[in-house]
Design a binder for this molecule. Structure first.
Ligand SMILES: [Zn+2]
Length: 308
C-alpha cells in the first residue's frame, strides 16, 4: 500500500515536472495565459508570463466606510451619450459621438465623492463594479476618464452607418441617431439669434444599445491595466520541487541494482570490496560475510526500508 502511494506520488511529480516545463516555455511564447477567480467581490488573476507565475489583485487600499454605499449607487442608467451635429454649408448635418457624455444622478455623486479620495480607492471600487452587468458601463466610463482625462480623445462614431457605431475605449456602442430639427425650425430660431453651427443632442436611453457580452473583455482590459502583483515565483521553483520525487526514485533504483550486481560479483554488499581474499569479515569495512540468498534478501529489504 505504501509502495503504491509512493509510486503514485512519483508519477504525479513527474507530471508536475513536465507540466511546469511546458508552461515555462509557453510563458515566453504565448502572451496572456491566465486564469481569474472571485474572492469575495474582488477578482484575482494567476498569470503566466516571461518565466514567472504571478498572482495579481486589485489595489490593496483601505476603503472608506461609505464605499459599499457608493458601490450601490453606481448605475449604467446614469451614463449619458451625446451626439454632436455639425452643420454643413448646405444645411445638412454631420453627426458624431464625441463620447464627452458623463455620469448623471447618483453615479455623478459617487464620481464627485471619489475626487476627494486617493485614486487607488476609486480604482478598487470600479474594478469591483465591473463585475456587475448593471454597473460596468459606468465603471468603464470612470476608469476611462482616469486614463484619458480628455475623453474626446477616444475614438468616436460617425453617422455613416445606421445605427451609428462608436468605439468608446474598446466598448462598442450603437446609437440610433436622434431626429434633427427641420431646416425651417432652425431658420425660425435663427431669426432671433446667431447662426448655430454645432448642435448638442442628448440621446434617449432607448436609442443606445450596448451588447453586454462585451463585459468580460472590458473587465480584463482594466484588470490588465490596474491590477497589482501580490505574489510571484519563477518557474524553476516548482520544477525543482517536483524533481525531488523522481530523483529519489532513480537513486533507489540505482542502489538496488548495485546491491544485486555486488552479490553476483562476490563483492561486499556494504562497501563493494572484493571478498575473494577474505574469510569471515570484509577486510575493508568489517561487515561479517554472509553470502546466503536469505541474507541478500534481508539486506535488500532493510535497504528499502531505510531509504524509503
Ligand atoms: Zn565491506
Amino acid at each position: 500500500m505504501f509502495r503504491l502511494a509512493r509510486t503514485f506520488a512519483m508519477f504525479l511529480s513527474l507530471g508536475g515536472v513536465i507540466a511546469s516545463n511546458f508552461f515555462w516555455i509557453r510563458s515566453y511564447r504565448v502572451a496572456g495565459d491566465q486564469v481569474s477567480w472571485l474572492r469575495g467581490s474582488a477578482r484575482y488573476t494567476l498569470r503566466s508570463k516571461f518565466g514567472r507565475l504571478t498572482v495579481l489583485g486589485p489595489p490593496n487600499v483601505t476603503r472608506p466606510k461609505e464605499a459599499s454605499e457608493w458601490l450601490a449607487k453606481i448605475s449604467n442608467d446614469d451614463f449619458r451619450w451625446d451626439v454632436v451635429a455639425w452643420r454643413m454649408e448646405n444645411d445638412t448635418f454631420h453627426l458624431t459621438i464625441p463620447c464627452a457624455g458623463g455620469l448623471e444622478g447618483s453615479s455623478m455623486q459617487v464620481e464627485a465623492a471619489l475626487i476627494r479620495q486617493p485614486k487607488r480607492v476609486g480604482i478598487q471600487l470600479m474594478l469591483e463594479a465591473l463585475e456587475d452587468p448593471r454597473r460596468f458601463i459606468a465603471a468603464h466610463l470612470w476608469l476611462t476618464r482616469q486614463v484619458f482625462p480628455d475623453t474626446a480623445k477616444v475614438e468616436s462614431g460617425s453617422a455613416d452607418t445606421n445605427p451609428m457605431v462608436c468605439n468608446f475605449n474598446s466598448l462598442r456602442v450603437e446609437v440610433k441617431p436622434p431626429t434633427l430639427p427641420s431646416p425651417a425650425k432652425i431658420r425660425a430660431d435663427e431669426e432671433h439669434g446667431e447662426r448655430k453651427s454645432v448642435l448638442h443632442l442628448a440621446c434617449r436611453p432607448e436609442d443606445v444599445r450596448i451588447d453586454l457580452s462585451q463585459l468580460p473583455a472590458i473587465r480584463r482590459q482594466w484588470h490588465d491595466r490596474f491590477d497589482e502583483p501580490i505574489f510571484s515565483i519563477p518557474y524553476w521553483v516548482p520544477v525543482c520541487i517536483f524533481m525531488v520525487f523522481p530523483i529519489a526514485w532513480i537513486a533507489r533504483r540505482w542502489r538496488r541494482s548495485r546491491l544485486v550486481s555486488r552479490r553476483r560479483a562476490g563483492l561486499c554488499l556494504n562497501c563493494g570490496y572484493d571478498l575473494r581474499a577474505s574469510s569471515d569479515c570484509c577486510s575493508e569495512c568489517g561487515k561479517p560475510i554472509d553470502t546466503s540468498a536469505a541474507e541478500v534478501i534481508r539486506y535488500q529489504k532493510r535497504e528499502i526500508q531505510n531509504h524509503g
